[in-house]
Design a protein around this ligand. Structure first.
Ligand code: GKR
Ligand code: MG
Length: 430
């Protein structure tokens, strides 16, 4: 007698605001609070699952519609989620290509929006399915090929504090020059054991950032280093930076914007180029790979559409002999658990993954992850292996209710609080 598939009887989307330090990037600075959305599913068999994604207003609107639509569906209706989300959101696959100032993730398209929302429902479904069957998510994806997933320490230029009096504080101090960056890396290494480091660039003149990478190279000889100005440099500047940094970098991430610009930098330097900006959806792959514009794609299960879609991306990259690493954005433990499960099943993930985690001190899970030797163990507990902390979730939701001014990430507006003359920088900046 075949078993009846569990049915989703309840789907909830909870918008939250999590505190974020004053981390600088090419557009400005992080707001004191960043929006995320937590998706919870419940089945008729009593299983529950949780997922996390971007919480900005347009993501939230689609997530709320999808939540209504999945109620009554089998928990395993994953392959139809993308089409359902398009239908319920009233959107089409027509691509409106605008630069997305919100998350430095390349162009803003319906496809990326839809997939980002779907990913949280897919992860929540896999979590519930895992709890239902007693299997970890990695087993549902075919099983882990590694027991630990390595992460890189994500270094940011930062202010000591946000300008607003009521903003959250952190104890990292300022990092506004090469010494500050090295101090930050040393603390990351001591506390979490990270071996590889990524510096978020595009903040200062390239010469200053070159010096910072050289200082990191001296302080951590032989350690893998990356520099990511989020498309802040022209082709000419990118070529100069590549010449200066040579073999110090394991890859240069999005030195310039666009497939053609990246292809030109590659042709003129031979540097290994990674991206989470010019290849962010399947539709962008063919042209970028044909032009040899990227040698490393930074997967991100949120905007690629979930854990299964990440495996599909991995297969495409393997076919074209392009490497895979992992991108991150401000996130909590639900996303980190999902990132770790999927990273454990993708054989050709060749680099330490990015994670913003150390910068987020709040969480919605009862036992937040701690990096040991720069890595996380891949657990075998059912589902994602995390439990929601309901009190924390409701506190962060209360904050969302009380801070309508932070419902959308806007690094340009956050910078304007400190500098009223600041406008969105045109890329390339240098
Ligand atoms: O958090 O400021 C940031 C990052 O710049 C983030 O928005 C990017 O999406 O980390 C990301 C990246 O690698 O470009
Ligand atoms: Mg990047």
């Amino acid at each position: 007698m075949p078993r009846t598939l569990p049915t989703i009887v309840k789907a909830t989307v909870t918008p939250i605001l999590i505190s974020d330090p004053p981390l600088l990037n090419v557009l400005g600075v992080h707001q004191p609070y960043t929006p995320r959305a937590i998706v919870e599913l419940e089945t008729d068999t009593g299983a529950t699952g949780v997922g996390e994604t971007y919480g900005d207003s347009e993501y939230l609107a689609v997530a709320r519609r999808l939540a209504e639509a999945v109620t009554g569906l089998p928990l395993t209706a994953l392959n139809g989620l993308r089409d359902l989300a398009y239908e319920k959101a009233g959107l089409t696959t027509d691509t409106v290509k605008e630069f997305d100032p919100a998350g430095l993730r390349g162009s803003r398209t319906n496809e990326k929006l839809i997939r980002s929302v779907v990913s949280a429902f897919e992860v929540a479904s896999l979590d519930a399915l895992g709890k239902e069957t007693g299997l970890p998510v990695h087993a549902l994806l075919g099983g882990k090929v590694r027991d630990r997933v390595e992460y890189s320490g994500y270094l940011f230029y930062k202010w000591a504090e946000h300008p607003a009096d009521d903003a959250p504080r952190d104890d990292w101090g300022a990092a506004l020059d090469p010494d500050g960056v090295v101090r930050q890396a040393q603390r990351f290494a001591e506390k979490y054991g990270f071996r590889s480091f990524k510096l978020k660039g595009g903040v200062f003149e390239p010469e200053q950032e070159i010096e910072a990478v050289k200082a990191l190279g001296k302080a951590f000889p032989g350690h893998p280093l990356r520099l990511d100005p989020n498309g802040g440099w022209s082709v000419g500047t990118s070529v100069k930076v590549a010449a200066e940094l040579g073999d110090l970098l394991e890859y240069m991430e999005d030195p310039t914007t666009g497939i053609d610009g990246m292809a030109e930098v590659r042709a003129r330097t031979g540097a290994v180029l990674a991206t989470n900006m010019c290849v962010t959806t399947f539709g962008e792959i063919a042209e970028a790979f044909a032009k040899d514009a990227v040698q490393v794609v930074l997967s991100d299960h949120h905007y690629w559409g979930g854990l299964q879609a990440t495996r599909e991306l991995a297969a495409v990259c393997r076919t074209h002999d392009v490497s895979l690493s992992m991108h991150s954005n401000t996130h909590l433990g639900v996303s980190l658990a999902a990132m770790t499960h999927v990273a454990s099943v993708v054989g050709n993930l060749a680099y330490a993954c990015d994670s913003h985690r150390p910068w987020q001190t709040e969480d919605v899970i009862t036992e937040p992850h701690t990096f040991v030797d720069g890595a996380l163990e891949v657990g075998d507990d059912p589902g994602l292996g995390v439990e929601l902390d309901r009190d924390a979730l409701s506190t962060l939701h209360e904050r969302w209710l009380s801070r309508a001014d932070m419902h959308d990430r806007d690094d340009v507006a956050a910078m304007r609080v400190a500098d009223s003359t600041w406008t969105q920088p045109a890329l390339p900046r240098w």
